[in-house]
Design a protein around this ligand. Sequence first.
Ligand code: ATP
Ligand code: MG
Length: 189
Amino acid sequence: MLAVLTGIPGTGKTTVAKKALEILRGDNISYELVTYGDIMFDIAKSENLVEDRDQMRKLNPEQQKKIQKEAARRISEMGAGKNIIVDTHCTIRTPRGYLPGLPKWVLDELKPDVFIIIEAKPKEIAMRRQEDKTRQRDGELTEEIRLHQELNRDIAMAYSVLSGCTVKIVKNPQGRIDEAARNMSEILR
Ligand code: ATP
Ligand code: MG
């Protein structure tokens, strides 16, 4: 099984996924969690294009596409014969507009079975971004967050048409990570 895990920055993807994997481990179901951005970062860093992870989305779209493609190839190699969750973004907000996180050539490599979208209320996402000092996230107005989440639903359905995967929306309400993790783990059994 290959699951693609998405949701806009600060929505709680990584937090919910880690808990969901703990639940599954308790039932002897193992998944490997691979962060697409980490693989892209390793590639960009080895080519001296960036020094830290949050500079990645400032790269020009051509550079991003090249790195994106190489990352897809590496992940598909890593996932052979294993359960794998790919933590990534449906769209990336760049200074020149939204960039699809999973264009056709990426989907063709990954061949996802299920697409999970983690969603939360725009106000809660804005608050989580502000409070999370471990990361350097872009500021976005709640109206922009709302639009970004809407675009991600739309594009996830397009990805589903291209790849044949299903799309599942998991809500991650404020203070209810365990509930979100339980719902996510049910999809992965
Ligand atoms: P990115 O795409 O930038 O990696 P993310 O979607 O992986 O972001 P996380 O890093 O998992 O987001 O979470 C962002 C912050 O929100 C963290 O500080 C996390 O503890 C907090 N958080 C996540 N889910 C909830 C929740 N349900 N209630 C309260 N805080 C939460
Ligand atoms: Mg994350």
